[in-house]
Design a protein around this ligand. Sequence first.
Ligand code: GDP
Ligand code: MG
Length: 370
Amino acid sequence: MKTIICIPTYNEAENIKKMLPAISDLKLKNVDILIIDDNSPDGTSAAVKRLNSKFKIQNSKFKIFVLDRKKKEGLGKAYVAGFKWALKKGYDRIISMDADFSHNPKYLPKMIKKSKDYDVVVGSRYVKGGKIVGWEWYRYVNSYGANFFTRLLLRLKPKDATAGFKCYSRKFLKSLDLDKIIAGGYAFQVEMINLAQEGGFSITEFPITFVDRQVGESKISGELSRSAKIIFKLALRKKTYRQFIKFGIVGLLGTIIDLGVYNLLVFKFNFNIYTSRIISFTLAATANYILNRIWTFRSKEKKIAKQYIQFFFISIIGLGLNLIIMKSLQNIVSGIEEELLRINIPVVIAITIVLFWNFLANRYWTFKKH
Ligand SMILES: Nc1nc2c(ncn2[C@@H]2O[C@H](COP(=O)(O)OP(=O)(O)O)[C@@H](O)[C@H]2O)c(=O)[nH]1
Ligand SMILES: [Mg+2]
């Protein structure tokens, strides 16, 4: 089993001069290093090459390679280039690691050992025993918040979804189309763990103490909004979210049909309001059933009558729920002076809750896949 440690660098000359000997001192077997440098102005690449010849003289066990890239393109792009290189050279395990000692090389033996049983091993700050040392409170809140929302939105199981210290199996990386990775920057880490979970690969975490860099500068500025965009994009690719949005659109359409038919019957045909509403509701629910079956859930279920009744049943419960929620909110909103808000807030809350209820009930009951 051959392992490569991929370290992307941008202006890390001082750190890398210490990092390479630190890894060398571990005397790891069958482990090489790849530095992926984006033409750092501080001469990181040249510093590595100088050290490399020194190591060669000392007959060190591991080889150091440098992948020189023309310009700074972001962390994700650097890793993609490095991973492609590593796969081509036939490495079985590929480790991603920062150059700035935030990821202490002392964890490498443990990580490599664990990688025998898992496709992805995560050096985790957010499992029991994990720690972050040296960050200002705002940087900590930032990272913790980003991790929390990322996990919530993408429903990621690993506790540290934004971790950068990881070991991947060749099998996992081979399964990916690395050119299709959309994150060029820091969100790369999230995209990778998301891909691993979606692909059903085995993932494990072990606690690390993450220490803020002592030397050099962080490149994180500007990454937050860039990463947030990527994470929303990844979320929208998830089937359930797409279905939810479609379900919402169908619901809106249904409401328009309901209101349109209701008005038509009352004003054009002089039906009484209750008869009109029963007809308009039935028509809207039927249209929604058809659209959700064909478009939202793409159901192939043969028992259409049963499915239709289930859908209708859920819609009626939804309607009842609507009224109950509105009624129970009356006391709470009665103190609001502004009439427009007092009248509309209960409706908006009721519609939102019922939308969720209708969606979940239909997704997991009416249109459940067998
Ligand atoms: N090649 C390359 N490396 C990068 C780039 N951005 C960050 N890095 C490296 O990625 C690692 C993590 O970056 P760092 O600035 O320490 O991020 P922080 O720890 O989140 O503040 C370090 O080794 C950086 O040198 C980039 O655009 N290209
Ligand atoms: Mg760092």
